[in-house]
Write a protein that binds this ligand. Structure first.
Ligand SMILES: Cc1cc2nc3c(=O)[nH]c(=O)nc-3n(C[C@H](O)[C@H](O)[C@H](O)COP(=O)(O)OP(=O)(O)OC[C@H]3O[C@@H](n4cnc5c(N)ncnc54)[C@H](O)[C@@H]3O)c2cc1C
Length: 467
């Protein structure tokens, strides 16, 4: 069958849309498919903080920065881990992505870029966060996409799910087998196929198989890892399965138990802590006011089940700034209905309700209180406004959680998907979260995912015909 398209892009999300736009601008005929009934993918949920060095907006604010400085700063944060080739490619090309978004109407306040506190701080303000997060990015991308569709350069098919990649007898990819919402199967043939269909963060199966853990994530429902599955069937190597850092301290959302995300102000950047954190052995494991997100994430990663209980008493509940980001009604419902939210008259009863060893919990509280009384904490905690003495006592279970899939397919610096032996699978490329967050090393680099997904998509679209 003759190829109908120069490029088939699977996934009309963060990476896939720029890929399709830049390929079309180079004159390619592009098929863009998405399993969902709308474009945008994870941008519908994402805060979409975007980091880049040397963008026009950074320069006009007088912030001195460079791609090299960004690269070195990333290595400082991730301690030299990660895919250095991809880090170079991202840091050298991210500014052009940000400039492109601004040129096409992305609007932000004069305070942007900023030093973003959700991850380890960069050494200079280089993170841009749109007021409505990813929705603002969709507002920029949609008209650009519509213009290319109107010109006939992009053929967009929504409600169209890639089920498998189609190969020639010698193993080269020549397109995709798809199924639409009515159950109709169709084969699309193209010279190059690009997997931009996101990660696996909504898949219990992937979390079990790759990480041996339950899924505790906040993710787009289409992030089922189908791109990884299709690539693995062709022998693709899946990288970064063995270690990852969780985001510090999410709880279950009682109104959406599929979702774990940050619903409390447990991090000192949001609110200096009044509570103590106890792991599943009933012991403290860090200074709760440690300001380094990286140190906090590493400490949590080392705890049993990457989980801890935030424990406080009635005086703290009454006197401290609010712990929860939820309204009072929802907090009361949580304590009345969910096993991760416990209240009891004594510390020992609370421990039993939480499934923690009562003796260990009582000792942890007593030691904290004794240190608090003299202003000297065994973990070096500085902010200790009150002891835990007044019943009833409260406990909220927190988990290390993830908004990004840690593992992903291995690719070379031209985004060709690699087999276990390091050889590329002919005509198959990948960009976006399907590469895994591991490319950024054993650390969170703030604003790296959206920025790199768009940047790699842009580069891939721009260069694929030449490659
Ligand atoms: C709550 C939240 C907050 C976040 N905040 C940030 C942040 O501030 N900064 C940052 O850098 N990152 C952030 N991230 C991560 C970042 O948003 C994602 O990593 C990134 O958007 C993923 O881009 P992608 O193109 O790989 O996937 P997506 O944008 O999800 O696009 C994939 C597309 O593929 C489609 N698809 C899936 N399977 C198939 C199939 N079989 N066939 C056809 N189509 C398919 C999906 O419908 C989707 O449209 C956040 C994520 C979440 C969930």
């Amino acid at each position: 069958m003759a190829p109908a398209y120069d490029v088939i892009v699977i996934g009309a999300g963060t990476a896939g849309i720029p890929t399709a736009l830049f390929a079309a601008a180079r004159g390619a005929t592009v098929l863009l498919i998405d399993a969902a009934d709308r474009i945008g993918g994870t941008l519908h949920l994402s805060s979409a903080s975007i980091s880049a060095a040397g963008a026009e907006r950074q320069r006009t604010r007088g912030i001195v920065d460079s791609a090299e400085r960004h690269f070195q700063d990333c290595l400082r944060i991730n301690h030299g881990t990660g895919d250095l080739g991809k880090l170079r490619l991202w840091t050298e090309n991210a500014a052009a992505t940000v400039d492109w978004l601004f040129e096409n109407g992305l609007a932000m306040g004069p305070d942007q870029p900023e030093l973003n506190w959700s991850h380890e701080y960069y050494d200079v303000a280089r993170t841009f966060t749109p007021p409505r997060g990813g929705l603002d990015c969709i507002d920029v991308l949609l008209p650009l996409l519509q213009a290319e569709i109107d010109r006939g350069r992009i053929d967009l098919r929504l409600n169209t799910r890639m089920r498998a990649l189609r190969t020639t007898p010698d193993g080269a990819v020549e397109g995709a087998l798809t199924i639409n919402v009515d159950g109709v199967e169709q084969v699309f043939v193209g010279r190059n196929t690009i997997l931009a269909c996101g990660g696996y963060n909504f898949s219990e199966t992937f979390w079990g198989v790759l990480h041996g853990r339950p899924r505790r994530t906040y993710a787009y429902p289409q992030s089922m890892g189908e791109g990884l599955t299709a690539a693995r069937r062709l022998g693709a190597y899946v990288n970064y399965t063995d270690d990852f850092l969780p985001t510090f301290g999410g709880t279950v959302d009682i109104d959406n138990p599929n979702t774990y995300w940050v619903h409390t102000r447990v991090g000192p950047a949001r609110r200096a802590p009044w509570e103590i954190s106890l792991n599943l052995n009933g012991t403290r494991f860090m200074a709760e006011d440690n300001p380094s997100p990286d140190a906090r994430e590493r400490a949590l990663a080392a705890q049993p089940d990457m989980a801890f209980w935030s424990v406080y008493d009635s005086a703290i509940q009454r006197d401290a700034p609010p712990l929860f980001l939820w309204p009072r009604e929802k907090i009361e419902r949580a304590f009345a209905s969910h096993a991760d939210f416990r209240v009891a008259n004594s510390v020992e009863e609370l421990a039993t309700a939480c499934g923690l060893p009562p003796g260990a919990v009582a000792l942890s509280v007593a030691r904290y209180n004794a240190g608090q009384a003299v202003g000297s904490d065994e973990f070096g905690r500085k902010h200790m406004p009150a002891p835990l003495v007044e019943g009833p006592f409260f406990a909220v279970k927190h988990y290390g959680c993830c908004v990004v899939s840690p593992a992903g397919v291995a690719t070379d610096d031209n985004f060709r998907v690699l087999r276990e032996d390091g050889e590329p699978i002919p005509n198959l490329y990948a960009a976006g979260e399907i590469l895994g967050m591991g490319i950024f090393g054993y650390a969170f680099l703030g604003g790296a995912m959206v920025s790199s997904a768009m940047t790699f998509g842009r580069l891939l679209g721009d260069r694929i015909l030449a490659w």
